[in-house]
Design a protein around this ligand. Structure first.
Ligand SMILES: Cc1ncc(COP(=O)(O)O)c(C=O)c1O
Length: 397
């Protein structure tokens, strides 16, 4: 290993804690000294079937040896197959799919398509959600986006459905809104879930006027919330699903998926989204295998059980040790909010100490929240080891 680690531009606020990772296997990372770390963050919530899953690895290497990439005018069967399997999984048989590289791109494709397909180009979204690093979704310009702060709705005092009698609801300019881009849990990484009633009413109202409902499943997809997709907790069928992260299990592939009829609303007007790695055979082979692995190995149920076990352990720590203000969770997507001072010094130190003890959790700079998003394949021994360490380190912190 090079002694210096200063050639790379790194994302600010994230100090380099382990500069010498050489290998990964399922939930474990190993450094050059052979030290093992349990990765409860799955990279950036991506390695959902475990690092280096043998089947995904085989699909990747075999496809790379055959053909990794081709031009726009040439097709490879695996790409069409992956698209069909993803469409079937989202309940969009007969719909359309495009494979891209990142979650940001999948969301962007969905947004551009929706804006071209509807007559009212304003899209609604939740003020605290995150959709990507670039493109219109990251800019959130006022002429393109209506941002809604759902915080008051979390403690809605009214029993009935949302209506004009509510000051928050009546402030939504439905007559100008052509679509709703919904992140069904997470909210800028903090694991927050907008309330059912609000979402049910928004979906119905936007649909009634011909609007489209897009869900951003980049983080919540493929078992992260204990179901295949986060929107399934809300009981509606979306028009567009954007996926990424877990779909590639660490390989950069994403997909924007369209229900039958949505693409047709473009009336033949193409969405001009040219990108070199669009519908690449290599990404398609990986995505197809990841989805098959999740189904074959019953990983949605396994991940949900792991989430339940971790949550119960954390609740016990909260009761016994304290220092935890709140735990928010859905399946194996968990946030632990610590009782911390502004600036989150305790959380930063605690996060480092956990790494020192061999446990990697997720952290957002300056916020008192640790994220726990393990692979769906995490072993019970790793969960027990983590909980015991978490309790001991927290008690000492
Ligand atoms: C909810 C959500 N949407 C979209 C993205 C963008 O995905 P990517 O970083 O793969 O572009 C992220 C990334 O963290 C995310 O958390």
């Amino acid at each position: 290993m090079s002694a210096r680690q200063d050639a790379l531009i790194r994302y600010p606020g994230h100090d380099l804690l382990l500069p010498d990772i050489v290998r990964a296997e399922n939930c474990h990372l190993f450094d050059s000294q052979g030290r093992r770390y349990v990765d409860l963050e799955s990279g950036v919530w991506c390695a959902t079937v475990g690092h280096g899953h043998p089947r995904v690895l085989r699909a990747l290497t075999e496809q790379a040896a055959r053909i990794a990439h081709n031009g726009y005018c040439y097709g490879t069967a695996v790409v069409e197959e992956a698209a069909r399997e993803l469409l079937a999984l989202t309940g969009f048989d007969g719909g359309k799919c495009v494979l891209l590289c990142s979650g940001s791109e999948a969301v962007e494709h969905g947004v551009r398509t929706a804006q071209a397909a509807v007559s009212r180009p304003l899209l609604m979204t939740m003020a605290d959600s995150y959709f990507g690093a670039y493109g219109s979704a990251s800019r959130r310009q006022a002429d393109e986006w209506f941002s809604f702060d759902w915080t008051p709705c979390a403690a809605c005092p009214f029993a009935g459905e949302c209506d004009q009698g509510c000051q928050h609801w009546s402030a939504i300019p439905f007559d100008r809104i052509g679509g709703f881009l919904f992140e069904p849990g997470s909210s800028s990484g903090l694991v927050r879930f907008p309330p059912d009633k609000l979402i049910r009413n928004l979906v119905a109202t936007i649909r009634r006027d011909g609007g489209l409902v897009l869900v951003n499943e980049v983080t919540t997809g493929f078992g992260r919330t204990g179901r295949w997709f986060g929107h399934q907790h809300y009981g509606f069928a979306p028009d567009v699903v954007a996926t990424g992260k877990s779909l590639g299990n660490g390989y950069p592939v994403s997909a924007a998926l369209y229900a039958p009829g949505v693409h047709e609303r473009l009336g033949g007007k193409p969405v001009r989204y040219a990108q070199s790695h669009q519908n690449d055979p290599l990404g398609a082979a990986v995505a197809r295998e990841v989805v098959r692995v999740i189904a074959d190995e019953d990983l949605i149920a396994r991940g949900a059980a792991a989430g339940t076990r971790i949550l119960a352990g954390l609740e016990a720590i909260r009761a016994g040790v304290g220092r935890i203000a709140q735990i928010r969770a859905r399946g194996p997507m968990i946030a632990v909010e610590l009782d911390d001072t502004p600036g989150a010094a305790l959380t930063t130190r605690f996060h480092r100490e956990l790494v020192g003890c061999g446990y990697i959790t997720g952290r957002r700079p300056g916020l008192p929240v640790l994220r726990i998003d393990p692979a769906l394949t995490i072993e019970d021994a790793d969960i027990e080891g983590f909980l015991a360490t978490f309790a001991a380190v927290l008690a000492d912190a």
